[in-house]
Design a protein around this ligand. Structure first.
Ligand SMILES: [Zn+2]
Length: 362
């Protein structure tokens, strides 16, 4: 939809009059409804329309998905098979839209390079520090290695990846002979549906059954603000205990939620939770992640906040150390899930899913 404004709401709130802000919002709501109706009438969705246009002979598809911040668009999959799908900035799209509406018949020229490389493998990158006392029990650090191509994926999930790599470097230097084996998994094909981590879970039952704890980070560059228990009843005991070793200066602003509820998706820890593994998400302060960096054309290196990451690295390393040293194996006891209002029955634990191993190619 052509947006009525390229200014984010926080900017309107700060500088607009109350009346103009309210008017803009109600105009936008009406415009959004009209746009959905218009799309509905075609019988297609945002997913199927590009395919229909391609079949009808379009030479390319340009689209614009504003991310509600200055100059920022979200980039997802192209749905066309052969013809290019190109993201176009909000006001470039707005100009085209207005020219079209006024019957000026705009013509645009797109120059784009791409190369069909055929089927290429995706992969997980795994590293290990072998345990000395209990080598067949595991503590795992986790982040995903792939990213969308609108920018370089700096905060999704470059920052998670470098946090876990650096935590491993520190552990290797200061704790070279851990009690349990410490693994780090940098997953491939997370963005297409947790494929790398689901494949690891499916392929390595001997590891999965013996993971003491897994820590995953995948929501931006900020300081850690929350660790939730993912529905493991006893998690407050061991997570709480391990956190006592973390200095207050690193825990400032960090909350815990126990027992929490099992995450069904969103990032790779969910692949493990589904298999009953005590796997936890290290959740970060936003730094405008949802608007400005998550899946956007602005998720680049300049958005990384290294001071925050340094704290996260130390925290992740301490948690891995404490989990490794713990005398007892962690409990996997699950909570009884609350009643699902739709069925009137207790909710079900997320089901382990098989990965897509061929990237959608039959
Ligand atoms: Zn991610």
């Amino acid at each position: 939809m052509m947006q009525p404004t390229g200014r984010p709401d926080y900017n309107w709130q700060e500088f607009g009059t109350k009346e103009s802000f309210e008017k803009m919002k109600s105009d936008r709501t009406l415009q959004t409804q009209a746009w959905s109706k218009r799309l509905q009438k075609t019988g297609y969705t945002t997913r199927t329309l590009p395919v229909a246009l391609e079949k009808a002979g379009a030479v390319g598809v340009v689209s614009s998905l504003w991310s509600a911040g200055f100059g920022v668009n979200k980039i997802f999959s192209a749905y066309t098979k052969i013809i290019p799908s190109v993201d176009i900035a909000l006001e470039d799209y707005g100009l085209l839209y207005r020219l079209t509406e006024s019957n000026s018949k705009p013509v645009i020229s797109i120059k784009t390079d791409s190369k069909e490389t055929g089927v290429v493998p995706t992969f997980n990158t795994i590293a290990e520090i072998k345990g000395t006392e209990k080598p067949d029990e595991y503590v795992m650090l986790s982040a995903h290695f792939d990213s969308w191509d609108g920018a370089s994926g700096a905060t999704d999930n470059g920052t998670g990846t470098l946090t876990m790599m650096e935590a491993m470097r520190m552990l290797k230097k200061f704790y070279p002979n851990p009690k349990r084996t410490i693994l780090v998994g940098h997953w491939g094909s997370e963005e297409q549906g947790l494929n790398g981590s689901r494949a690891f879970v499916e392929d390595h039952p001997e590891i999965i059954n013996n993971i003491q704890a897994l820590f995953n980070q995948d929501n931006g560059t900020g300081r850690l603000t929350n660790i939730a228990g993912q529905g493991f009843l006893q998690s407050y005991k061991y997570i709480g205990n391990w956190l006592t070793a973390v200095p207050d200066s690193l825990k400032d602003g960090l909350t815990t939620t126990f027992p929490g509820s099992p995450g069904g998706g969103g990032s790779d820890y969910a692949s493990f939770v589904a298999a009953g593994v005590p796997a936890f998400s290290l959740s970060s302060l936003s730094w405008s992640y949802g608007t400005y960096t998550w899946h956007t054309n602005r998720d680049s290196y300049d958005k990384i906040v290294f001071d925050d990451l340094k704290k996260n690295v130390i925290l992740a390393a301490i948690m891995a150390y404490m989990a490794s040293e713990d005398d007892s194996k962690t409990s996997r006891e699950k909570i009884m899930l609350p009643i699902d209002p739709k069925t009137g029955m207790p909710g079900n634990w997320p089901v382990q899913k098989s990965p897509t191993r061929k990237g959608g190619i039959d």
